[in-house]
Design a protein around this ligand. Structure first.
Ligand SMILES: Cc1ncc(COP(=O)(O)O)c(C=O)c1O
Length: 391
């Protein structure tokens, strides 16, 4: 299904290394890099404002491509500088009051947990965590009970955690939120770009994404999906400017009807266009195709490693995507890291601080994280397994 030769040609540096860090910051395809370079060249001639006027129609394609990717309308899409920025814009649009409840999971992203705790310190907004089932999935019966008992203002779920490839059942959570009229935020930072993500099916109010990971866009980019329900309710973020709102009288402003209300004026349009190209690239290949190919990569890697008795598999979940974490029994973190680096394998090491609750449950304080993506090959999976065997 995938034209892997073309894809690798578009990613020249995947040939001189085994790049397994798309969950960190992936390799950008050539069309992304070229578009950014050209835009910057032209910006050096014309200055930023003139160039914006010249390319405003192309800049609008960013919204069209994202809308296609997520199955929404362009009015629901806001540019953001990263997933945390998108998340914060959404979170601080919710009019929390003292004693309000947020429900989240044990596996939500570190920065999200930290922000919830900051809300507790400042406004006494409480966070409750739903239980996991034995198999690692969210316990939906427990969630339903918590919703009925606590009438939360927000439910926030990370679709795929940073430290493990488990896919949370965000659609079932979305059904419960819709039935109980609870605002629903999904952190899709690690899922978008490696699998189909459809906001209509998820029924979320907000969905946060970064550009540089599985979407293969530039650093410093991301986006936020905002539902029509939220737009119509008039929720607006605290960080506003003359782009997100119009100042119409000394004491009055009118915010934009669309998700532009969640953006600010100043951004690097070279980066926006780079992200537009990245989303277009993924749309053209097709997220279904990417998902199917990525599953075969993951299966090849994990089944080969399963033949080695001393690999400690750390991932638990019913449905997995391409964030694979492990340790090797009797081998220190440093030795694993050095050996992989020596063979030019690009990877990340996840630390306890990035997934505190999950790592404590698993009884580990680090894990090597490999995140193969569709420009990788089956041969690379075998090679990495061989390298790990030799350590
Ligand atoms: C699940 C998840 N959410 C959010 C983030 C934060 O993304 P960003 O660094 O783009 O703000 C990350 C980054 O690793 C992540 O893995």
């Amino acid at each position: 299904m995938l034209d892997i030769l073309k894809i690798r040609k578009d990613t020249p540096h995947c040939e001189d290394r085994i790049f397994l860090n798309s969950a960190g910051s992936s390799l950008m395809p050539l069309p992304v890099v070229d578009r950014m370079k050209n835009y910057l060249d032209e910006e050096s001639k014309h200055g930023g404002y003139k160039l914006y006027d010249l390319y405003v129609d192309e800049i609008k394609e960013f919204y069209t491509e994202v809308a296609k990717l997520l199955n929404c309308q362009t009015r629901n899409v806001a540019f953001a500088f990263n997933a945390t920025d998108a998340f914060a814009q959404a979170l601080y649009a919710i009019p929390f009051e003292k004693g309000d409840i947020i429900i989240t999971t044990d596996d939500d992203y570190v920065s999200n947990h930290i922000q919830f705790y900051a809300l507790y310190k400042r406004f006494a907004v409480q966070t409750i965590r739903v239980n996991n089932l034995e198999n690692g999935s969210i316990d939906l019966t427990h969630l339903e009970r918590l919703i009925k008992e606590h009438r939360p203002k927000l439910i926030s779920v990370t679709h795929v955690p940073t430290n493990t490839g488990k896919v949370q059942d965000v659609e079932s959570v979305g059904r419960l939120c819709a039935q109980n009229d609870v605002l629903y935020m999904v952190d899709a930072c690690q899922s978008v770009g490696q699998m189909p993500v459809d906001v209509e099916k998820i029924k979320c109010d907000f969905l946060c994404v970064t550009g540089r990971k599985f979407l293969r866009g530039p650093r410093g980019t991301g986006f936020l999906f905002v539902s029509d329900r939220v737009l119509q309710r008039g929720l607006y973020p605290l960080r506003l400017d003359g782009w997100s709102a119009n100042w119409v009288a000394p004491n009055r402003f009118e915010f934009h009807a669309s998700a532009q209300r969640y953006e600010v004026y100043e951004q690097s349009y070279a980066c926006t266009l780079g992200l537009k190209e990245a989303v277009k690239y993924a749309n053209q290949i097709g997220l279904d195709n990417i998902y199917v190919y990525n599953q075969t990569l993951l299966h090849r890697l994990t089944s080969t490693l399963a033949q080695q008795e001393d690999i400690l598999f750390l991932d638990r979940g019913e449905k997995m995507v391409n964030i694979f974490t492990f340790q090797k029994k009797g081998v220190s973190k440093e030795n694993l890291e050095n050996a992989l680096a020596k063979h030019n394998v690009y990877f990340s090491t996840a630390s306890r601080g990035s997934a505190l609750i999950d790592f404590d449950k698993k009884g580990v304080d680090w894990a090597i994280r490999l995140s193969p993506h569709y420009f990788n090959t089956m041969e690379e999976m075998d090679r990495v397994a061989e390298i790990i065997a030799s350590i």
